[in-house]
Design a protein around this ligand. Structure first.
Ligand SMILES: Cc1cc2nc3c(=O)[nH]c(=O)nc-3n(C[C@H](O)[C@H](O)[C@H](O)COP(=O)(O)OP(=O)(O)OC[C@H]3O[C@@H](n4cnc5c(N)ncnc54)[C@H](O)[C@@H]3O)c2cc1C
Length: 484
């Protein structure tokens, strides 16, 4: 089938999740033609599976303090743009709740209803004259003299090229690509459940790096939550139900019966999940007592512990219950956990906390220093997961993808032997160009942008919305200017 005739002076957006839809509508509002390519059979990506809380840090200084190794410039971009972006979103037909504090009060967000939001944005895009193509995955980028000229779409055995002056990459990261995960994140990607849409397989990252884009720092960091362990079965719509959000207050042991990290640190259970991914099989048990099981405190998924544990059990995850710690450890041996090891671990945990010597715990335990005292005790089998990769493409403050090398015209002027001399002004110029050179016409948004979160999590939807706005507005303005 021949592709329909379209204006080369247009923006192509790759990815129909929150960042892609935001960028697409923003570019249309700038007055240029826009084509949106979505790999899946429907719009929404991870955004439609999400809890819908569009939050990030309320305070930029706190964000920097908690995530000092994240990219300060992009974090500032999000902080500076997010309020206006949420207000803009509400004008696009998306039902948004009022500002509310979240994440132990350091977060500020507005609640959307994901299916309603995606439907409204899809409708708005088409109403504004956008060209929507489902099941049309980006394969590679077409360039001429280093500038973007279009995209190649590969579907089944059919390949089509589409001309474009600007392309926004918004494909949601590379969590679905086990080869890239093995390269950047962990040796054994089978340690992870995929808590994500299945289509975010790093197509944009591969296409962009193939034409010289720079990868961000922090490629090894990921976001996810421990889920109900096999043989549990659940659909993608139940990812949130089987996420074990109370983990920070539990004692986490791996399959060797050992504590392996400070469970309590980080803004949410995702930090513990990042340690669990490196444990044997990415699996373990979260151990809690009846007090936590019965607590009225709500977790990030807005339910209490009892509900989460019961859902894990219902999904089919092993949940061991016993009246004493000794009996619990005996029962855990049926799952291959060495009884003496886990008993020693839990006994020591309790003894040090009860005797006021919590600082002697190894691994340490900074917060939630409560011993397991109130029976019955519960051990819930968990397995690590990945929702998105925190590493990705490096961008500048206009959302433009940065090159990993200086432009060829700059390099061509530098004799090789002089490139080693630090005092050389030409080399200094390269240093500047290196940081500032972008791939003309190429933008990135959402989880395709790397190092917003770095180990610690700054939110997923808010960065997608804010970077989508920046990339879409700038790509639209760029094409408009080029079209004269
Ligand atoms: C269960 C769950 C709960 C969550 N809850 C929250 C929450 O409450 N708050 C929060 O801030 N974050 C939450 N998140 C994270 C949030 O959903 C993501 O961070 C956000 O959706 C990222 O937006 P995105 O546009 O980058 O990616 P996505 O929304 O995932 O969209 C990417 C799109 O790109 C498409 N795509 C992939 N490859 C190609 C290709 N080659 N060509 C064309 N299209 C392609 C995909 O099919 C997908 O539609 C949650 C995620 C999950 C899974």
């Amino acid at each position: 089938m021949a592709s329909k005739h379209v204006d080369a002076n247009r923006v192509v957006i790759c990815g129909g999740g929150l960042s892609g839809l935001t960028a697409a509508i923003s570019a249309l509002e700038a007055g240029v033609p826009v084509t949106l390519l979505e790999k899946g059979a429907e719009l929404g990506g991870n955004a439609i599976l999400s809890g819908g809380m569009i939050w990030t840090y309320a305070d930029y200084d706190r964000m920097r303090a908690d995530i000092p190794n994240g990219d300060a410039m992009i974090q500032w971009m999000i902080h500076e743009n997010i309020d206006a972006a949420r207000t803009w979103l509400a004008t696009q037909g998306v039902d948004l709740g009022p500002d509310q504090r979240c994440h132990e009060d350091f977060g500020l967000g507005r609640q959307m209803q994901p299916p309603q939001a995606i439907e409204a944005l899809g409708k708005r895009f088409v109403e504004l004259g956008g060209d929507l193509r489902l099941e049309s995955p980006l394969d590679s980028l077409i360039t001429d003299n280093g500038a973007i000229r279009g995209v190649r779409i590969a579907r089944d055995d059919r390949v089509t090229d589409e001309a474009a002056r600007a392309v926004v990459l918004a494909t949601g990261g590379f969590q679905g690509n086990s080869e890239l995960l093995a390269r950047y994140v962990l040796k054994n990607p089978s340690n992870l459940y995929l808590r994500s849409n299945p289509w975010s397989t790093g197509d944009a990252f591969l296409a962009a790096t193939q034409i010289g884009a720079a990868a961000s720092p922090g490629m090894h960091n990921i976001y996810g939550h421990a889920l109900a362990a096999p043989p549990a079965r659940f659909s993608k719509w139940e990812f949130r139900d089987v996420s074990q959000h109370y983990g920070q207050k539990a004692v986490a042991i791996n399959l060797c019966g050992e504590r392996f990290c400070d469970e309590s640190i980080g803004g949410s259970e995702d930090t513990l999940n990042q340690s669990l991914i490196h444990q044997p099989e990415g699996r373990g048990f979260y151990i809690i007592d009846h007090e936590l099981y019965d607590s009225k405190d709500m977790h990030a998924s807005k339910v209490v512990t009892r509900v989460i544990v019961d859902r894990a059990k219902k999904a089919g995850a092993p949940v061991v219950v016993a009246d004493t710690i000794e009996e619990l450890c005996k029962k855990l041996s049926a799952f291959g956990i060495p009884e003496p090891r886990v008993l020693r671990e839990l006994t020591e945990f309790n003894q040090l906390l009860q005797s006021g010597r919590g600082d002697d715990l190894l691994p340490p335990r900074k917060l939630h220093r409560l011993p397991l005292v109130h029976g019955p005790f519960y051990a819930i089998a968990v397995k690590a997961s990945i929702t998105f990769t925190m590493g990705g493409l490096a961008i500048d403050n206009h959302g433009r993808v940065v090159r990993r090398t200086a432009s060829s015209s700059v390099l061509a002027n530098v004799p090789a032997e002089r490139a080693l001399d630090d005092s050389d002004s030409q080399v200094k110029r390269i240093g500047v160009e290196y940081r500032q050179t972008v791939i003309e016409g190429l933008y990135a948004a959402g989880c395709d942008v790397g190092n917003i979160s770095h180990y610690e999590y700054a939110g997923g939807l808010a960065p997608a919305l804010a970077t989508g706005r920046v990339a879409g507005c700038n790509a639209g303005a760029f094409v408009k200017q080029k079209a004269g």
